[in-house]
Design a protein around this ligand. Sequence first.
Ligand code: HEM
Length: 440
Amino acid sequence: APLPPGPPAEPIIGHLRMIPPNGQDVFFYEMGKRYGDVVYLKALNRTLIILNTVEAATDLFDKRSTNYSDRPKIPFFELVGLGNSLPFLEYGREWRAQRKMVQNFFSKDKTKQHRPIQTREARVLVQNLLAKPEEYDKLIMRYGTAVIMDVGYGHRVVSNDDPYLKVVGDVSRASNGSAPPGGTIHLPSWFPGTFHAEYARSVRPVFDKLKQYPVAQVEEAMVRATPMVLFPEYQTVAQKELDTVVGTDRLPEFYDRERLPYLECLLQEVMRYVTLQNDCKEKSLMSSRWNQAAPTDPSGAAHGVQEDDIYNGMLIPKGSIVVANIRGMTLDERVYKDPFKFDPTRYMPAPEGRGEPWPTAAFGFGRRICPGRFLANDNVWIAMATILSTFTISKAIDTSGKPIIPEVSYAPVGVASSIPVYYGASQRLSPISSPADDRE
Ligand code: HEM
């Protein structure tokens, strides 16, 4: 069978020089637009298959999961000592054993046990926001870390100087620049693009420390906070709904969730859409839009394929790195009308909306789908509900009286994961009622 379509390649190195070290999600998105739902790329001896639709990812990662659940080796994570942790393990016995433990602990039902912790921390968050609104990015990071530390270790974060917060912050910063697809190929350190090997060695101590305090993706809540800042007009509808359903004399609880459909749509739209100014070096490959929309983890985590496979008449060679291009899926015009528009009502049934599907691709596919998705979803929900019940968010104003538009960018960490980085994120919070008196 023929290989899937792709751009013309150079001899030997293939598409290596085309794949930008930064902003790969944008590059994959553009390739999908040009060459179709399944795209073939080659970097030296490694094959990269990009899946641009939910259908293709479901067909391969879900329906043929026995063959598509491996992970390519990523030298950066090997070098920092994380090669044997669940997200990076090859498909096999060790992965199965670890996955079973994590999946059981974070099942949909068991995750509900953690709701009191999430509710308490969401209230600590709004209390702290009231005192120091300018530190909102740090405080939201504290929120995410505090939940995971308490759920995982029973460690309670009670101050902004907590050493666990420092470890998580150090790891986020150290992860910047970690894993372009070239990073899945072993190359000598003098080879262009392998700067990350030296870098990985230098940041290894930070990751060693993390192993004492295992932490999962605590940054997402930060990303999700940003569209609220960027599109403050949508909060009014959610606040009205909260006032009607919850009232104004108490804070939201998880049992209110079913009766807050607009808030649910707002959360889903935040999952689908993060506006960022992507610092992709290959400007020519980007669309001309200054503001790019991207889901929280725009190129997901790469899967590895263990045997040759034929999909829709195309050969997917054994050993390929297969990427679910989540960015492409959440911006697919065939699924989402005006995909660059932030519009929570798109998910509402007619006549209010168009009944578009929730962006479930954001958590990945198949046997490697994110096991933390129920906890993460609850975390974001209770924080959003509590913040919107207590504050009105607006853009901060600069010295000349103009609103400051926050800029968000993803660190160039490639196909393995994407960690958001904030440059001068700005917002203003105005309390709308007296928050409950349970500050830690
Ligand atoms: C909104 C927040 C989150 C998002 C968007 C997210 C997204 C993802 C994605 C896209 C993957 C890769 C799936 C694939 O290979 O197809 C993944 C894997 C993973 N996630 Fe999450 N995640 C989130 C929160 C969490 C949380 C809170 C935890 C822990 C409690 C967690 C633990 C993991 C683990 C352990 C893996 C690797 C699973 C494996 O390789 O078998 N994630 N996540």
